[in-house]
Design a protein around this ligand. Structure first.
Ligand code: TXA
Ligand code: MG
Length: 349
């Protein structure tokens, strides 16, 4: 299949392109589009065949449910049963925006979309292209991140094209995304609200609205035998081709240890890479050293992380080391993604 690639220019031609993309979705096709978090790979959420196509295009296991994207708050009632008072408060505070809620599902949502679960993930994104596309598609767009399964989520349309060219009908290029990590997922279908995947909307922000919120233990703890509540979190996503390890401890000791580990790997003939910060960048030696941003700017770190992992893949880096970050605020999401990319390999110094 030929994939149509369209740049959203911010002028009068956009309307026609978005209408065309909406028609493709209504007809059961697939369109990748920008959201404020990462690029999504959209299909009609109420059409089981579209959901099957999404799994096939990504090479994703079909027990891993999709998020249903909406463009009007009221539409939540069309896909979710028992929209709790908590869900209402969260929507008020964070929608449209980078928050996904898990609720009991209605029969309108096919089992193919929810991976057979009796709950549904619902998100109302804030990105204007996403909102216009969802509307043009009839209101309900199932969209996982638009990467092939096992790769970092795409933060630019070029990365979507790398993974999806020839596999989907259309790519809408709306430029680089603002956040760079996937939405926060919070389960409000049970007794106690629980974070299943950390993101831009932090535990602290959720607790201001809801009171106490728990966090699925598996998010930062690789040793637990417990199964993650979000089926997708059990997979080692975000995995670079090379072997990544996190080095944690006193900042001075971390720089020294990373340099000596890289020297060792290089002596063994391996191509090495380092994820540094602005503060430490100039002190490292490796085949490829990249700064993920300043330590003081978590948002910049979140925005750059997946790009750096993809660049290391392109450069065929075989052994990689990264500094560690404090796991609170948005740091919880950054560390969650790093731990997954590293297969929970941590070196403490
Ligand atoms: O920011 C985002 O959320 C992006 C953009 C495109 O909106 N989408 C995204 O989708 O990250 P995906 O499919 O890559 O991740 C969805 C996660 C998976 O871990 C999945 O298991 C979980 O949400 N999930 C979906 N439905 C669920 C449900 N009913 N119960 C628990 N977890 C669910
Ligand atoms: Mg994903």
């Amino acid at each position: 299949m030929d994939t149509i690639y369209t740049v959203i220019k911010g002028d009068h031609t956009d309307e026609e392109q978005i209408r065309r993309a909406g028609d493709i979705l209504k007809a059961g096709g697939l369109v990748a589009f920008p959201t404020e978090t990462v690029y999504g790979l959209g299909g009609d959420a109420l059409n089981p065949d579209s959901s099957k196509k999404i799994y096939a295009a990504k090479g994703r296991p079909s027990d891993n449910p999709l998020i249903v994207h909406i463009c009007r708050w009221e539409d939540i009632y069309r896909v979710a049963e028992e929209v709790t008072e908590e869900a209402g408060r969260l929507a008020e505070a964070f929608w449209p925006g980078p928050l996904t809620m898990i609720l009991k599902k209605k029969d309108t949502v096919p089992a193919e979309t929810t991976g057979g679960l009796d709950t549904v993930a619902v998100r109302f994104p804030s990105h204007p292209v996403a909102r216009r596309l969802i509307e043009a598609a009839g209101g309900f767009v199932a969209a996982p991140s638009a990467n092939s399964s096992g790769k970092p989520s795409p933060t630019m349309a070029e990365y979507v094209a790398e993974d999806m060219n020839g596999r989907i009908d259309m790519i809408l290029d709306g430029g680089a995304v603002g956040i760079g990590l996937e939405s926060t997922i919070v389960d409000v279908s049970g007794h106690k609200p629980t974070i299943l995947r950390p993101g831009y909307v932090t535990q602290e922000m959720l607790e201001k609205v809801l009171g106490e919120v728990s966090v699925d233990r598996t998010i930062l703890d690789g040793s637990t035998a417990q199964r993650p509540k979000a089926p997708g979190m059990k997979y080692r996503h975000y995995a670079p081709k090379g072997e990544l390890s996190i080095v944690e401890g006193d900042p001075e000791a971390v720089v020294e240890r990373i340099n000596s580990l890289c020297a060792c790997a290089a002596a063994g003939g391996k191509k090495t890479g380092i994820i540094a910060t602005d503060e430490t960048f100039s002190r490292y030696k490796a085949a490829s050293v990249k700064s993920v941003g300043s330590r003081g700017d978590e948002e910049a770190i979140a925005r750059s992380l997946y790009r750096i992992l993809r660049e290391f893949d392109d450069e065929e880096i075989e052994v990689m080391y990264t500094e560690s970050f404090p796991a609170y605020g948005m740091g919880q999401a950054i560390m969650n993604r790093l731990l997954k990319a590293a297969g929970h390999r941590i070196i403490r110094v």
